[in-house]
Design a binder for this molecule. Structure first.
Ligand SMILES: O=C(CO)[C@H](O)[C@H](O)COP(=O)(O)O
Length: 227
């Protein structure tokens, strides 16, 4: 799988030119892309490229890899954003947020001229929610009320707990994550809007109608899916 992720990451570099502002996603697949982009800058194959990180993880990795970073309020436009995903359906709708970075990811990827998604073939599903729950970032005081409200959508939600930390995972924005398992998400765009309408929800991990290109690492090479 790691080799397939690297294949997709390498392919994404072909879309990057000098003088671009690049949204830098979060997760293990994007980490390969960030490191490869850093190398291109070090060897001066690319120049004047700036990254906008979507998380502490991508910010630290970008700095370590030699990519100068800027913030959203310092730029007029984002040329390209590159990120991974947890599920991709046949219409290029996504579930993201296993790394709890979904809010900043969506803020940046929504604003990018082109949003490129890097996945290995295991992430392709027939419908969203087939394998993974939908991560929902919530204001801590509201987590329990929102968990109960999700039952209206036939979803069962769990508060995400830390691994090397006692208690709940705290996002980069200081919030909690509910992982909501749906039976089937029939209409991703509608569900994305409905979830964000619940008071206390900051953002949810359904990314409907936002990806432009999916680069899928497969054993036969990189497959490109496009809108
Ligand atoms: O949404 C994300 C983080 O919030 C990641 O992009 C997504 O979980 C995919 O990660 P990986 O490339 O490690 O499988």
């Amino acid at each position: 799988m790691e080799e397939l992720k690297k294949l997709a990451a390498k392919e994404a570099l072909r879309y990057i030119d000098d003088d671009m502002i690049i949204g830098l996603g979060t997760g293990s697949t994007t980490a390969y892309f960030i490191q490869m982009l850093g190398k291109k800058l070090m060897t001066e194959e690319l120049e004047d490229v700036y990254g906008i990180p979507t998380s502490h993880q991508s910010r630290l990795l970008a700095l370590e890899s030699g990519i100068p970073v800027v913030t959203l309020d310092e730029v007029d436009a984002i040329d390209i954003a590159v990120d991974g995903a947890d599920e991709v359906d046949p219409h290029l709708n996504l579930i993201k947020g296993r790394g709890a970075a979904l809010t900043m990811e969506k803020i940046i990827e929504y604003r990018a001229g082109t949003f490129i998604v890097l996945v290995d073939e295991s992430k392709l599903v027939e419908y969203l929610g087939q394998r993974v729950p939908v991560p929902i970032e919530v204001i801590p005081a509201a987590w329990r009320a929102i968990k109960e409200e999700l039952e209206v959508f036939n979803a069962t939600a769990e508060l995400r707990m830390g691994v090397k930390k006692d208690g709940p995972v705290i996002t980069d924005n200081g919030n909690f994550i509910l992982d909501a398992k749906f039976i089937k998400i029939e209409d991703p765009l509608d569900m994305e809007i409905e979830l964000n309408n619940i008071p206390g929800v900051v953002e949810n991990g359904i990314f409907a109608d936002i990806a432009d290109i999916i680069l899928v690492g497969t054993k036969e090479g990189v497959k490109k899916l496009e809108r």
